[in-house]
Design a protein around this ligand. Structure first.
Ligand code: ADP
Ligand code: MG
Length: 308
């Protein structure tokens, strides 16, 4: 086996310009290893769904190449398609079929022979067995999404892609969904999910790629990325103009934002806000106001783009 085919997904110089001129993807290079849970993270409009929809064959790329399980989507579209199951962001449903029929139809579409279909098993796995013969319109949003997950798995693809899977899914069902995703991954299925929640990606993913304005700005093991989000910022307003900017071992960085406001950065694994405030007071300043901020995806973005 060549090195190329070891990747679950390999995207090279992928660009998408929509009719109308929007450059949704700008020369993306991304290799997703087999066997992982990979998170594609980015704010709304970043280009996540465009990437997924190109892999799904729903959107035509402008240039570049994409391989799924070693199969080029242009040269070998059939094998590429058979190697991936996709749960789209938008829930599109045929209201005339029951969940069981929906899975049977999809299996038929993929040419899965009757004796190898596993519609009931899949419905059980996504906790919809009691809805097997229900009217589609009686399903909640969360149920529909879980049915779409089952639908994506009817042909037993080695890769499952979930585009914003937790939109409209309540906490309990989200936990069930994640449990199923982890179970599939333990069975060897490579998982790719997109989300705009850093916490969700942190909890679930082995590796995270961050996409912003159609560009991949980072692609790292999750724990490395978390370390980049360790910075915390506290803004301290004091009772008089600061003559000498204080310093302390627990400060990572101190800036005077205006004559009475100090913006102090510290690392949350090494210090806490209490120590930082004590250090300010120890320098002889009286604190009149404090504002703290948790690092979020935006900060990680900012840190990364600043470093680039
Ligand atoms: P994400 O899934 O990360 O929220 P999308 O891939 O849906 O981002 O969108 C990326 C950019 O492309 C956005 O600016 C969006 O408005 C634009 N876009 C998406 N689909 C289309 C389309 N069919 N036609 C024109 N522009 C589109
Ligand atoms: Mg999207």
């Amino acid at each position: 086996m060549t090195e190329t085919t070891q990747a679950a997904i390999e995207i090279t110089n992928l660009t998408k310009v929509y009719a109308g001129g929007k450059r949704a993807l700008d020369n993306i290079n991304l290799t997703i290893p087999r066997g992982q849970i990979y998170g594609l993270l980015g704010p709304n409009g970043a280009g996540k769904s465009t990437t997924i929809n190109i892999l799904a064959g729903l959107v035509n790329k402008t240039s570049g190449t994409a391989k799924i399980w070693g199969f080029d989507i242009d040269q070998n579209p059939r094998n590429a398609k058979n190697s991936i199951g996709i749960v789209p962001q938008e829930i599109v449903f045929d209201p005339f079929f029951t969940p069981y029929e929906t899975l049977e139809n999809q299996a038929g579409y993929y040419g899965v022979p009757k004796d190898r279909r596993r519609s009931l098993e899949l419905l059980r796995a996504v906790h919809l067995e009691d809805k097997a013969n229900a009217y589609a319109r009686t399903l909640s949003g969360g149920m529909k999404r879980r049915l779409l997950v089952a639908k994506a798995m009817v042909h037993s693809p080695p890769i499952l892609v979930l585009d914003e899977p937790t939109a409209g899914v309540d906490v309990q069902l989200r936990q069930q969904l994640w449990a199923y995703v982890r179970e599939l991954n333990a069975q060897g299925v490579t998982i790719v999910l997109t989300t705009h929640y850093l916490e969700e990606a942190e909890e679930l993913c082995d590796r995270i790629g961050i996409i912003n304005h159609g560009r991949l700005i980072t692609d790292k093991p999750t724990r490395e990325l978390i370390a980049m989000a360790q910075e915390k910022v506290v803004q301290v307003t004091v009772d008089r103009d600061v003559a000498t900017v204080p310093d302390a071992p627990c400060f990572e960085k101190v800036e005077l934002s205006d004559p009475r406001t100090l913006t102090i950065t510290y690392m949350k694994d090494r210090a806490n806000a209490g120590q930082v405030l004590s250090a300010v007071q120890a320098s002889g300043l009286s604190i009149v106001d404090v504002v703290t901020r948790d690092p979020d995806l935006e900060d990680v973005f900012l840190n990364l783009t600043a470093a680039a």
